[in-house]
Design a protein around this ligand. Structure first.
Ligand SMILES: [Zn+2]
Length: 704
């Protein structure tokens, strides 16, 4: 028994040691792994979490200076700081810039009947909502419930008073302050929704007012505090508050830090690492963790390259720290020469959570279907390498080195398994910029989700696991080093590996297409059409994924032909099976068709106009800004009432993002409809047409 266990262990151990193949040799992998530290990023994070890092504020700039100093200390090249002016209207690509915020003081007291401090910016900056403006008022507190709809104000006089509300803060500001003349807001707007939402009533959530609104302030309090205020108000208490805010909103600048590890071939392009340096104090996982971890990947590679342990990569590695999404757009719009050199992106946003504390799962996130790329499979292969060794170690005390635990310093990391998976594209961070079709830099997006403490005062260093930081630093360093080194000689080794991953994905897609062909909500003919479409789009995506490698490597045209032939045979067999099942369901004809296929609407071809970037940003929405509120509300895809087909609220945003990404001046509206339907589920052509009409009115696209 003992011997059997030992031999199984040896097989597993040697298997996991080799699992980084074919991308890196065992020697290269071990060098990067052994240099990677969880303690270094953890200590750097300790500093960042002391700063309230709202973009275009003095504390953000302190965080930026810290990253700059560390980049220099770690031997990176060309480390420097850049400032991008913002004034609320200057544009970067399609995006309007936002505004800066300067705070001197912000206190909220209950002055009667009790004398009680409810919030002080100086000691606890999360308690003053971002973009709060100056005020000095003593006023009654009025409970308006949610406060985000007109009915909440029907029988209440809030003029000059302070309202207690838990609705979306910017919406409450527009109604209560701008429309109804209240002085300000006290808010317990709930945390980002997860299964755990509301369970911890002591969390104080980070809140933001709309800087483009001319007035208002808000203080954030916990649900517990808010409930006790509500109970007292209901019982007839007259509660008087005194709010004092000294703050201004106005033109300022975004600061972005960048640094490089130069490659040996300037013509081969660059790999860019990104994170977002902004957010509330403490903001440990979101996103101090991503910033210190790309820095650790940088330190590891810089050191191994400088010492000669690893050869210089062909491509330059670039590291960028700036404000979320907006900083990335400002940087890319200002540096078209850099934008044009970028070949791949590694984006880290929330990568350090101890899963047994913040309930997180770590995800290697794929590029959207509009930008198929091999970058995901490289990350997935390294994830599997670490994951299997970590599992072996956690379960049986196997190799601690292979498991990449951080037990070498005083702040010990955990011995946890690496709870992680590979997921489809998910929106919501800087990778949306990189992955969008007019920038087209495929992103390996690394993220924790969920995180029960996101955007609250509990997202602190206490939730962070140095072992996790070390594993992700290794994953990032190894992936970037691979992207930076790929050349045509490696293709015979890499293509079969990637093709096998494609075959596995297609097998999965086949199961999805079988569910589609039997979908009782669809007529047999429509179900057949959608199931076939899914297979067709999926194999196109896999072929494009293989091509992305050949293109980066600079391999001869058609290098992926053999692999593509295998995939074509596989999909032909799947298609035959789908056809047979459709016939059994009563579908007729030799090939499926759709009623809209031959319409002129489906045959039109849209093309992009001029400026670049996606259409939604942290603080800007291109269609809303260009079309106005009334017209925007009529866009069917984005209007929940008009889209009963979309089960998930933010799925319409994903469709919208991809519809525009698939616009390339060649695809017809029908082809775009089919592409997004394969990715996210069947969508009526009329919703695609309607959305593209709005984009044309906003001069984002034009009809050919
Ligand atoms: Zn984030």
């Amino acid at each position: 028994m003992h011997n059997l266990r030992l031999s199984i262990f040896l097989i597993l151990a040697s298997f996991s040691l080799l699992a980084q193949e074919p991308f890196l040799s065992t020697r290269e992998w071990a060098a990067i792994r052994d240099e990677s530290s969880g303690a270094a990023p953890y200590e750097n994070l300790r500093f960042l979490t002391g700063l309230h890092r709202v973009p275009a504020t003095p504390e953000f700039d302190q965080a930026a200076q810290f990253m700059l100093q560390k980049a220099r200390e770690y031997g990176l090249s060309d480390a420097h700081s850049e400032q991008f002016p913002i004034d609320g209207s200057k544009t970067y690509g399609l995006m309007r810039s936002y505004l800066g915020w300067n705070v001197d003081a912000g206190t909220l007291w209950e002055v009667s009947p009790q004398h009680l401090l409810l919030g002080d910016w100086k000691t606890d900056p999360i308690r003053l909502a971002d973009y709060s403006r100056s005020a000095d008022v003593t006023a009654a507190l009025v409970d308006v419930g949610n406060g985000a709809s007109e009915e909440d104000y029907r029988s209440k006089d809030v003029r000059g008073k302070i309202v207690l509300a838990d609705g979306m803060l910017a919406r409450v500001q527009a109604l209560t302050v701008i429309e109804h003349g209240a002085a300000g807001i006290v808010s317990d707007m709930p945390n980002q929704t997860t299964a755990w939402s509301g369970l911890d009533p002591t969390l104080v959530r980070w809140g933001h007012l709309d800087a483009r609104q001319p007035s208002g302030f808000a203080f954030m309090i916990s649900r517990q505090t808010a409930q006790s205020l509500r109970v007292r108000l209901q019982a007839g208490d007259q509660i008087t508050l005194h709010a004092e805010v000294k703050a201004t909103v106005g033109p300022a600048h975004w600061t972005v830090i960048s640094a490089t590890i130069p490659g040996s071939d300037p013509a081969a392009g660059e790999v860019v690492y990104s994170c977002h340096l902004d957010h509330e104090r403490p903001g440990a996982n979101d996103n101090g963790s991503g910033c210190v971890t790309i820095l650790e990947s940088a330190r590891v590679l810089a050191r191994l390259i400088a010492s000669g342990t690893l050869p210089h990569p062909r491509r330059t590695l670039r590291f960028v720290w700036g404000p979320e999404v907006e900083g990335t757009m400002a940087y890319l719009a200002t540096h078209p020469e850099i934008k044009q050199r970028l070949r791949a992106n590694i984006h880290m946003d929330m990568v350090g959570g101890d899963p047994f504390k913040n309930k997180s799962v770590f995800h290697v996130t794929a590029t959207p279907w509009s930008l198929p790329s091999f970058v995901t499979d490289v990350g997935a292969a390294f994830l599997e390498t670490i994951q299997s060794a970590a599992s072996d170690y956690a379960g049986s005390g196997g190799s601690a080195e292979a498991a990449v635990v951080e037990t070498r310093t005083a702040e010990q990391g955990t011995r946890n398994e690496f709870i992680a998976d590979v997921t489809p594209y998910s929106a919501g961070s800087d990778h949306d910029d990189y992955d969008s079709s007019t920038i087209a830099v495929p992103s390996l997006y690394l993220r924790d989700w969920p995180d029960i403490y996101i955007h609250t005062d509990h997202d602190s260093l206490a939730q962070i696991d140095p072992t996790k930081l070390r594993r992700v630093a290794l994953l990032g360093a190894a992936s970037g080093y691979v992207y930076a080194g790929i050349d045509a000689q490696q293709l015979p080794r890499l293509l079969p590996f990637l093709a096998a991953a494609s075959e596995a994905r297609l097998t999965h897609i086949f199961q999805d297409s079988q569910r589609l062909v039997h979908d009782p909500k669809l007529e047999p003919g429509d179900a057949w059409f959608e199931a076939r479409n899914l297979l067709k789009q999926a194999v196109q995506r896999e072929n494009a994924m293989l091509h992305s490698l050949v293109e980066l490597a600079g391999g001869p045209a058609g290098s992926e032909a053999t692999a593509a032939k295998v995939l074509a045979t596989q999909v032909a067999a799947f298609t035959e099976a789908i056809d047979a099942q459709a016939k059994l369901r009563g579908a007729s004809g030799t090939a499926p068709t759709a009623s809209w296929l031959d319409t002129s609407a489906a045959r039109r071809v849209p093309g992009r106009i001029g400026d670049f970037g996606p259409l939604t940003y942290q603080n800007d929405n291109v269609l809303l800004a260009r079309l106005g509120k009334d017209r925007y509300a009529k866009i069917k895809l984005l209007n929940a009432d008009a889209t009963p087909l979309l089960s998930v609220q933010d799925q319409s945003e994903l469709y919208a993002y991809e519809i525009v990404n698939f616009v390339d001046g060649k695809r017809t509206v029908g082809e775009i409809r089919n592409a997004v339907s394969a990715e996210y589920g069947p969508l009526p052509l009329s919703l695609v047409v309607d959305y593209l009409e709005a984009c044309a009115e906003a001069k984002v696209i034009q009809w050919k």
